[in-house]
Write a protein that binds this ligand. Structure first.
Ligand SMILES: *Cc1c(COP(=O)(O)O)cnc(C)c1O
Length: 381
């Protein structure tokens, strides 16, 4: 379908939520009028959990109100105490969830080539207080799960993956959701697959199902039995309707993003100092093209990441500096690790820029962004 060309002054944001065919969504909504169940694990919510369990190829899926609460429920459900090793290069949610569950985040450095946690750095930080590892498949780049899980196994601690970016990613022939003790997903409107707001826990250990359900529903076990201190993290039926309507489009969304990525890669390939990631070049990785991060190496480009970011804004292109600043540098965590350093994360956080990517971003718009980047770097393509 040929779309009307956008104007060269129209703003382009880093992402744009996908929407399903409205009639398909409304057909699900009609069933809500019939069931009169709006929330508390209604038929649509249960159906979505089942479909996600098939899609993830994971035994159990617990849907939640959002991804952040899925993470808190995972940490609480595993009854952890002490330190949790995680990455400073992530969205605020990862680290806040650890702290809000009364645990101490301990930051390990990341790897150059995919920006995920460095297993050697994890090993160096493990001690008798280490309760768990929370790696992040940042940008959908899968972590070195084999290595990380070997370390965790040797120390008898669980691994909880923050897979908020990794919907649809596969590693070594397995769904990314099947790794670790638990993987959590975000279905926020800005994510590849969404339920407006929403999230899920994916896991294979059946004994976690009950604690997770209790934690997401006030600890209520039966009419007159409040069993533990739970909160409220239930997915409602309208969220589930959106998820059910969106799920069939996931392969098409990934393919459309792959095309955008390819066009960016072709258009930026000859620019010295613009680093591009190719996660799917690693054997056994099937990528979801959720983000298009670049690294701006100022020594070669002659301009800093922030200058490029500002210049793009002058042209109404709203790239984002995900994940600047490092979580370890937030005022709330800054003073907790005076003797620590994360040289790779510290460098990357000053270089990274996520360019706009979403399924409906047109070739014309991608070319406009590429052209402006060439212009900013003093090249004429
Ligand atoms: C989006 C996101 C979350 C939180 O998910 P919400 O659904 O917004 O609560 C957690 N971790 C990462 C890495 C994210 O990007």
């Amino acid at each position: 379908m040929q779309k009307k060309h956008s104007n060269d002054s129209d703003p382009i944001f880093v992402t744009r939520p996908s929407l399903p065919d409205k009639n398909i969504f409304l057909q699900y909504v009609d069933t809500i009028w019939e069931s009169r169940t709006l929330t508390n694990f209604g038929p649509l919510c249960c159906s979505l959990e089942q479909q996600l369990s098939d899609y993830f190829d994971v035994e159990h899926v617990t849907s939640t109100a959002n991804g952040h609460l899925a993470l808190e429920i995972a940490l609480q459900g595993l009854e952890l105490q002490g330190e949790v090793i995680t990455t400073p290069f992530t969205f605020a949610s990862t680290v806040h969830a650890i702290r809000r569950c009364g645990l101490k985040p301990v930051f390990a450095d990341i790897r150059e080539h995919d920006l995920t946690l460095n297993p050697e750095a994890i090993t160096a930080l493990i001690n008798k207080n280490t309760a768990a590892i929370v790696p992040v498949h940042v940008y959908g780049h899968p972590c070195d799960c084999t290595h990380i899980e070997k370390i965790a196994h040797a120390h008898n601690i669980p691994v909880i993956y923050d897979a908020a970016h990794a919907f649809g990613v596969r590693l070594q022939g397995r769904s990314i959701a099947s790794y670790g003790d638990v993987s959590i997903f975000s279905f926020h409107a800005t994510k590849l697959f969404h339920t407006i707001e929403g999230g899920a826990l994916a896991y294979s250990n059946k004994s976690l199902k009950r604690p997770f359900r209790l934690l997401q529903n006030f600890g209520i076990k039966g009419e007159d039995n409040v069993f533990c201190i739970g909160g409220n993290a239930k997915m409602n039926e309208f969220q589930a309707a959106m998820g059910l309507a969106n799920l069939p489009s996931v392969p098409a969304l990934i393919e459309a993003r792959r095309k955008v990525t390819q066009r960016y890669r072709d258009g930026l390939a000859d620019l010295d100092g613009i680093h591009i990631f190719h996660p799917e070049k690693t054997p056994n990785i099937s990528y979801n093209y959720a983000y298009f991060p670049i690294l701006v190496c100022e020594e070669k480009t002659g301009i800093s990441r922030d200058t490029l970011y500002n210049r793009l804004q002058e042209h109404s292109i709203y790239a984002r500096r995900y994940f600047f600043p490092l979580a370890a540098d937030y005022p709330c965590y800054k003073n907790e690790h005076p003797d620590s350093a994360w040289p790779v994360a510290t460098r990357v956080v000053s270089q990274v820029l996520c360019l706009p990517i979403y399924a409906e971003l047109t070739q014309y718009e991608v070319d406009r962004i590429i052209r402006i980047i060439h212009l900013c770097l003093g090249n004429t393509p």
